[in-house]
Design a protein around this ligand. Structure first.
Ligand code: ARG
Ligand code: ZN
Length: 874
């Protein structure tokens, strides 16, 4: 990058001057030089404004232009111009045909955008702007065309040839090559184009749609992985059924293909009828995948499938509208998982995730609205804000309109906009029109960044038998948005009587900066259960007294708030202790003081057999170090680590007998099944093991080592390894060596092994991470490897990443700089942890800023990394 990258602004949107009716692509696949012929049937956009002119401008990057012809006449070099970003020429009229021939090099494509090689297969990733690395094209989502794709390739190395839509023709060619022609009848933007070619195994099944059509379902994987596709396939079928039942949406083609590849920048991609997945989110069998992996597979398979309607049939007009499809589709996959498993447990997971990933984003230098106003590199905006906060926005609409009103809005949206590229406003308008409501204020969630903070105060009037609840909201300034408006949010409230009985359950609408809500006929001072189910995605500044939190932990009918009360209590204790620790110079136990009341409440949760086990497992987990760091300024990573561990130790010590019982009662000798109930049992047992080991009693480290050795599934194996991982116990080295020997050849499974070591709190962790970079299974070219070793070190090991001597930052910065030349998109994503400098003490902040300066001084820094590093430095 020589000049500063251009800023793209939402307000500058203009409709495309030319549209494309039909695209015909011919690929001559070769690892080194792939030839791409593209025939485009172009028409001037009838809605284009005056002054659109007759200049045609196509995007294109990193490829060689072989030739261009208009209406079958080859253009001379003076009839077009081509540079590093694209191709321009003059339109001969209103409708015309363009032929473009380009050459690209899949094998040197380490950015994994466009056409690249993963293991030995060819595959593509075009969202957001990868198609322009395949051929010159108006690479924007509001240009939608039908695609016919011919793939020519070597028969031996590429027996499988896939693209979007239906297979129209296939056959042999000279020179041991063959071809396939794919036709996609649904007009689509270029970002949904996909091609796969390689020697892949295939697992087949089928689904009968509600109207009786049979859809062939295929999952393509590397040979040898055929026995790891069952769960993904089952998840796909359940997703298809759920979308019919809950949204009335049926699949629209006779086949649906999924391909799993090892090298992938993100989780997965919803290309029309040809989803491409990071193999990590497809492959699972009991001895290679944990319960968490199964859950993720289920939700990501569903997510990509749901995009067929929310994303593909109705897509985004421009990339500022990304949350139109992502927020909606995340909400859909969250609800699917809630229906498949436990609803409260799902909500707890989703909220924990939002707090761990989105709240820090909203409170830091990269804060942006759900619908951003500007970007330098759109790939940097596939964020927790666009996805998860976007989903919360849709959830609030659902809460406001009710399930039926929401569904009416959804029906109108798909009816009105099928086949179109639309905006977030169009979505909200459909919701408004179908329900005859005004969502103007709720829509501010699309445009206003930052997490609101709510305070509340209750006032009981015994004479009037009235309870008044005063609620106020405030959102702190974020970059570019100094002043904030009051947002509209639904707040679910419960009022509980002394005996635990529910007096009131009501959702109030907060629309003002400060507002009073009155509850009549209340006969006693109630305990307030505020923001039940996390009905609004906000922080709550009000501290409830500890005895009320204990009361709610035991009595709230809202399971989410039972969990939340435990989190709040634990947070309050730990924050107070962290402050004390800093004063008393490092005595974590002394800093905690007497925590008996808290632990007694934890015991009650542990032993409450009315609560399901997955819930209990979650409710017993203390808020994480990253979450605690967010609440402190400056955050002291060592203090946070010590205090949290000290509390874990006290819990483990005080509840040793109870956890030992839990551990032994939840042994299962049955064969592993990934269902929610069995997973909950394993999770509770793992929690018990964690606390037993935390007690410091050496016999339990032996127990963990034994669990590792005797495990008959990956969940139990990883649970044991996760606790051994921080110890000096000989079982640790033994288990890690065994793991490597068992799974050394298995790239997806080895990611766990790398990740664990990067997350260890042991003193030798950084040295070990450095060594592991030269492990034969590690490569900077594979994003999963980079994320599990390098990413996990920065994002899940605050104590070592923020080591006071700066060694963590230094190592990390070297990696970012190295990675930027290989894969800028992944490098940019990994840069965010350095941007948190404002949260730390002056010394750490100075070191982090120096690290960012070093990143920014890199010659030829990518646009991706530049945007994140420069915004983080500001
Ligand atoms: N649309 C995909 C999904 O949410 C994500 C693809 C993002 N890819 C990227 N390079 N930014 O499922
Ligand atoms: Zn998505």
């Amino acid at each position: 990058m020589s000049a500063q990258p251009q800023v793209i602004r939402r307000e500058d949107y203009t409709a495309p001057a030319f549209l494309i009716d039909k695209v015909e692509l011919v690929f001559d696949l070769d690892r080194d030089v792939t030839n791409v012929k593209s025939r485009l049937f172009i028409i001037a956009n009838p809605v284009r404004g005056t002054g659109a002119g007759n200049e045609v401008s196509f995007d294109g990057e990193d490829m060689k232009l072989v030739s261009i012809a208009i209406d079958d006449r080859k253009l001379g070099v003076d009839e077009y111009s081509v540079d590093k970003t694209g191709l321009t020429f003059t339109a001969p009229g209103e409708t015309f045909v363009v032929d473009i021939e380009t050459q690209v090099s899949p094998v040197t494509n380490t950015r994994l955008e466009g056409l690249y090689v993963s293991q030995s297969a060819f595959c593509t990733q075009c969202e957001a702007e990868g198609f322009r690395r395949i051929t010159y094209f108006p690479d924007r989502p509001d240009v939608m065309a039908t695609f016919t794709v011919t793939i020519n390739a070597d028969k031996a190395t590429c027996p499988v040839l896939l693209s979007n839509g239906n297979l129209a023709k296939s056959g042999d060619l000279d020179g041991n090559r063959h071809f396939a022609v794919w036709e996609d009848p649904f007009p689509k933007p270029s970002y949904l184009f996909a091609l796969v070619a390689g020697d892949l195994a295939c697992v087949e099944d089928s689904f009968k749609t509600v109207s009786g059509r049979d859809v062939a379902l295929r999952i393509f994987v590397e040979h040898g992985n055929e026995d790891r596709c069952d769960y993904a396939m089952d998840s796909l079928k359940r997703s298809m059924k759920w979308d019919e039942e809950v949204y009335g949406l049926e699949y629209d083609l006779d086949l649906f293909n999924i391909v799993a590849v090892s090298d992938f920048n993100m989780g997965a991609m919803e290309n029309k009828s040809l989803n491409i997945f990071n193999a990590k989110y497809i492959l699972a069998k009991p001895d290679t995948a944990t319960d968490m992996d199964y859950e993720l597979i289920e939700s990501i398979v569903a997510h990509e499938y749901f995009h067929n309607w929310s994303g593909n049939r109705v897509t985004c007009r421009d990339w500022f509208q990304l949350s139109l499809k992502e927020g909606l589709t995340v909400f859909r996959d969250q609800e699917f998982s809630a229906d498949q498993r436990s609803r409260p447990v799902q909500r707890i997971k989703d909220v924990a995730q939002l707090r761990a990933r989105q709240f820090p984003e909203d409170g830091g230098p990269l804060a942006h609205p759900v619908r951003p106003d500007s970007y330098m590199e759109i790939n940097n905006f596939y964020t927790a804000t666009v996805y998860e906060k976007g989903a919360e926005l849709i959830r609030m609409m659902h809460t406001l309109l009710g399930a039926d009103g929401y569904r009416k809005g959804i029906d109108l949206y798909f009816d009105r906009h099928d086949g179109q590229a639309v905006t977030c406003d169009d979505f909200a308008k459909a919701m408004e029109d179908a329900n005859d409501v005004d969502l103007t204020q709720l829509k501010r969630w699309y445009s206003q960044a930052g997490t609101p903070s709510l305070s509340w105060k209750g006032d009981y009037d015994a004479d009037a038998k009235q309870f008044r609840l005063t609620v106020s909201q405030k959102t702190a300034p974020t970059p570019g948005q100094p002043d904030k408006f009051a947002l509209h949010m639904p707040i679910a409230i419960g009022l509980l009587g002394k005996d635990g009985k529910e007096l009131v359950s009501r959702t109030v609408q907060l629309t003002e900066n400060e507002q009073e809500f009155v509850f009549d006929n209340i006969n006693e001072t109630p305990v307030v259960s505020f923001n039940r189910g996390f009905s609004a995605p906000v922080n709550i500044a009000t501290q409830q007294p500890h005895d009320e939190l204990v009361f709610l932990m035991g009595n709230d009918s809202d399971a989410f708030n039972r969990w939340e009360s435990a989190q709040k209590y634990a947070t309050a204790l730990m924050l107070a202790a962290i402050e004390e620790f800093e004063k008393n110079d490092g005595d974590a136990d002394g800093a905690l003081g007497d925590v008996t009341d808290f632990i007694t409440a934890m015991r009650a949760t542990l032993q409450n057999d009315d609560l399901d086990k997955a819930f209990r497992a979650d409710a017993l987990v203390l808020p994480g170090e990253e979450f605690l760091s967010e609440q402190r300024k400056p955050a002291n990573p060592e203090a946070i680590h010590q205090v949290r561990n000290a509390l874990r130790k006290q819990i483990g010590t005080m509840l040793k007998a109870e956890f030992a019982d839990t551990y032994h009662q939840n042994v299962s000798n049955a064969a592993f099944t990934p269902d929610a109930q069995s997973a909950g049992q394993r999770a509770l047992r793992a929690t018990a093991l964690g606390y037993l080991v935390a007690s410091g009693d050496a016999q339990f480290a032996d127990l963990a080592a034994a669990q590792y050795r005797n495990a008959n599934n990956m969940t139990d194996r990883m649970a044991a390894l996760a606790v051994l991982n921080h110890l000096d116990h000989p079982g640790r080295a033994e288990a890690l060596a065994d793991f490597e020997e068992r799974f050394g050849k298995d790239t997806v499974v080895m990611d766990k092994w790398f990740g664990l070591q990067a997350m260890s709190s042991r003193d030798d962790t950084l040295a070990r991470v450095k060594d592991l970079m030269s492990h034969p299974s590690f490569t900077m070219r594979n994003p999963n490897k980079v994320r599990s070793l390098i990413g996990a070190f920065a994002m899940a090991n605050p104590r070592h990443f923020h080591a006071a001597d700066g060694s963590g930052y230094e190592f990390y910065t070297d990696r970012l700089i190295e990675l930027d030349d290989i894969n800028p998109q992944v490098a940019a994503r990994l840069c965010a942890p350095l941007g948190k400098w404002a949260k730390y003490d002056d010394d750490r902040a100075a070191k982090m800023k120096a690290a960012l300066d070093r990143v920014l001084a890199k010659p030829e820094i990518s646009r991706d990394l530049y945007e994140i590093a420069s915004k983080s430095r500001a």
